[in-house]
Every structure is written in structure tokens, then in C-alpha cells.
Design a protein around this ligand. Sequence first.
Ligand SMILES: [Zn+2]
Ligand SMILES: [Zn+2]
Length: 323
Amino acid sequence: MKTIQYLIIASLLCFTAQPLTVYAAESDDSEFNYIMKQVTDKIHVIFGPLELPDSKNHGFRNNVIIVTTSKGIVLMDPGGSAWAGEMVASKIKETFDMPIAAVFDSHAHGDHWLGNEGIKRHYPNAVIYGHPNMKARLEGNDGPFWLETINRITENTADGKHVVAPDKIVNDGDVITVGDTNFRIIHTGKAHTDNDIMIEIVGENALFTGDVVRNRFLGIMEDDSSFKGNIAAIDKIAAMKFEYYIPGHGSVGAVGMALAYKSYLASLRDAVKELYDEGMSDYEMKPQVITALSDFNSWTGFELRLGAHISRVYLEIEKDEFE
Ligand SMILES: [Zn+2]
Ligand SMILES: [Zn+2]
């Protein structure tokens, strides 16, 4: 009997010592009613599904971070469509007795900022922050491109009417204070994009990484990305040793989760460099790269994204050689 009790206590202790695995994406029914989960005292996350945007998920697929402060809610990445922004706004209304004071957009990919529009419909006074390059991209061609794309691939269930770009810009080292909570901005130059911001929630031992880190998930890397820069960015934030790394997609993890994503980027770069040096073209090397990266082949998006990632890394290596 005692042994059983010990076993139960031991398994409970084990569970509390490793709480990070519980934060997976979940919806409680087929209506895609996404569940909000608490990570720390002040931080909740609505985990986005990992599927591609479609008419069923209305374009929602990223992690939405909700921080409660004494002066209202601070959101990070309000969702990938106006529909998602409205869904997030209503959940916040149901759960917390306070308005949305501010929003941080981690970068210019549509799955992270198209929700701005839905938030502003409910909270027009919420102040939206982003990197200067991000604001410029949204006010240039990228904003309309993402809006048109999400409406098309969701058969207009994304409900997007217009581009809502950040109201204010933030840069590396800036600290934004909302009530009793400080938010420290980290930008390390080109990484996942040329406009990433990561946000430390000061006092909570937590960092929201945007897509600089994705947990067992591979998504797009565009022509403003740098695999080398992304690796350096992860080295920097890993050295800061936060307890919670909250990625743009996938579950919350400890530093090992961030380093696993770095390991994917570094292994890919090494494999492509070796075959590049042997004179192979990017499409010729794909089967060998797949073998070299077998540790990562169970990650969501591996088959879909690897070819494009190889081409990006190939161009990056080629460019390095001629600089
Ligand atoms: Zn992205
Ligand atoms: Zn993303």
C-alpha cells in the first residue's frame, strides 16, 4: 500500500517538476473553440492549431500570448485573421475584467498580425507595436498581399477588410511599461525575418520568441530570412536562460526546446554546405539532406517545407562565398 502511495506521490512530483509538456494546442469541440491555458501568474496562451489556414480554422494557426497587467491586457500576436482577433477579443472579455491595452506583433508574416483588425474592432484604443521594418512592410506591399491571401485560402472566412499596421514602432533594448509590468524588446538583426521582435515579460522569467523559435514545427522562411542570423539569435536568447520559451507555433518549452530548433537550422546549414562544396545543386541534394536530417523528420511541416528551406540555405551559402 505504502509503495503505491509513494509511486503516486512520485508521479505527481514528476508531473509538477515537468509542467511544460501540458501546454499543447487544443480545441474543445469541432467548432474550433480554442482553449486558453495558464503558463505563469500573468501569462496565458491560446495555442494555435498547426494545420495550414483553411475555411474551417478561419486562418487561426499561431500562438496568442495574453499578459494581465494592472492597466489591462497586453497581447502578443493576436492571430492570423480578423476572425481570430475577434475570437481572442471575446475570450478575453469572457475571462478577464479588463480591456486590451496593447498588442505586440512579432513580425510581418500574416499568421501573426492579421488579427490586429479583429482586436481593433473591439478595442479601438489598444496600441499596437511592431518593429520599424514590420510597419513599413505592412504599409507597403506585404500588408495587402497577406490580407488578400488569407481571405482567398479561407474562402473569406478570415473576414479581413483592411490592413491594420502597428501604431508605434519598437527597437532592440526598448522597454515598454504597461501598469505594473515591463516588456523588453529583443531584435538581433535578420533572423527568421528582417523585422522580428522577441519580447521578455519581465518578472515572469518568460520570453515570447515569435517564429525565431518554433517547437517541432517548420514553416516558411522568406527572402528576408537568415538561417545564420536565426542561429545567432537563438544562441543569444538561450544564454539568457529563461524558464519559459514561448514559441510562435507549438508548445511552450524550456531552453532545450529552443536549442532543438537551432539544431535543425544548424544541421540543415551544415548538410547543405557540405553538398554545395561537392558541387551539387539544391534539388540534387534533397535526398541526402533528408537522410542527414532524419532526427527532425517527425516535425510538423518537414516534408512540406524542407525543399524550400534547402533552396534558401543554398542561396545564403552561395552569397556568403561571394562576399
Ligand atoms: Zn513567420
Ligand atoms: Zn508563423
